[in-house]
Design a protein around this ligand. Structure first.
Ligand code: SF4
Length: 233
């Protein structure tokens, strides 16, 4: 019997997870990284058993036909799951568009999945050589860099996005990262300010973030990317 996707949760309706589309979101269980600002820490462990059976999730999605346009696979890190491609094809057969939220931890798998996907959001957490301070994993930036290059080369509709917190990234760090993304050909970039909801790291929650990012930084980014979005806390 083929392996099934391990699903940690489902959001049946959202207007904010796939630009311009009403979507359902499937949260895949498991992530190889440990970002301090993670607001889905319950999705980090790769469990032996799937909290939700894929057949039941598919049944729920069948009932959303005509009500939502797309299904977004999020996480955790969805590309960690070898069953993701089959799950995407199951969803495609129901007539939905396919979205993906990923941190880019598995670039080789992402390359295989890109033909199945209509839109991808890539979390770019820091300048690539500074990744370990966010993810806790050495060389993780090289994985995201390879994923970013694959997305750009594919021409797929995309959003690159960075979650920012003043204790983790200075404004100079953000500018350095933005320059490298712009140089790679990224057109759509979102700056997401840290939100405390769901975060388990006391130090991040205790740090005041009023006035961050500055209006100057936001304006600089707006001029760098034709599709720039600022998402305040
Ligand atoms: S990559 Fe995403 S899901 Fe994984 S620990 Fe970081 S924020 Fe959480």
């Amino acid at each position: 019997m083929p392996r099934s996707l391990k699903v940690g949760g489902v959001t049946p309706f959202t207007a904010t997870d796939y630009p311009g589309q009403v979507a359902a979101v499937v949260f895949v269980q498991g992530c190889p990284w440990q970002c301090g600002y993670c607001h889905n820490t319950h999705l980090q462990p790769r469990l032996q058993k799937s909290p939700l059976q894929w057949s039941r999730v598919l049944g729920l999605l069948e009932k959303r036909v005509g009500l939502v346009d797309a299904v977004v696979f999020s996480g955790g890190e969805p590309t960690l799951d070898p069953a993701l491609g089959n799950a995407m094809r199951d969803v495609r057969r129901l007539g939905f568009k396919i979205g993906l939220h990923t941190g880019g931890a598995y670039p080789h798998r992402l390359v295989e999945l890109l033909p199945e996907i209509d839109w991808v959001a890539l979390d770019v957490k820091a300048p690539f050589e500074q990744y370990e301070k966010i993810t806790g994993v050495s060389d993780s930036g090289q994985q995201t860099l390879a994923s970013a290059e694959a997305i750009i080369a594919s021409g797929i509709d995309h959003e690159f996005r960075t979650t920012v917190h003043p204790a983790l990234l200075s404004e100079d760090d953000v500018i350095e990262l933005a320059r490298s993304l712009s140089g790679m050909g990224v057109k759509n970039y979102a700056l997401q300010v840290f939100r405390a909801q769901g975060c388990k790291t006391k130090e991040l929650k205790a740090t005041a973030i009023a006035g961050y990012p500055s209006a100057d930084l936001v304006e600089t980014l707006r001029q760098m990317f034709p599709g720039f979005v600022h998402r305040p806390a």
